[in-house]
Ligand binder design. Structure first.
Ligand SMILES: [Zn+2]
Length: 54
């Protein structure tokens, strides 16, 4: 299993931590630099997509 580094989609920081899951079971992360929560969604494509939450 690949353990890729997740970076913030807003500021590119890797200074983030896991922040639970949303109601769909997607992993959520919190960026300690820009204080934003974002989601890591595993699609059927090869890459994971990052969706910032407002
Ligand atoms: Zn950030």
């Amino acid at each position: 299993m690949q353990n890729s580094v997740v970076s913030c989609p807003k500021c590119g920081s890797t200074n983030i931590y896991k922040n639970g899951h949303d109601k769909y079971g997607n992993q959520q992360y919190f960026c300690k630099d820009c204080k934003r929560t974002f989601r890591l969604v595993h699609s059927k494509k090869t890459q994971a997509l990052l969706f910032p939450l407002s």
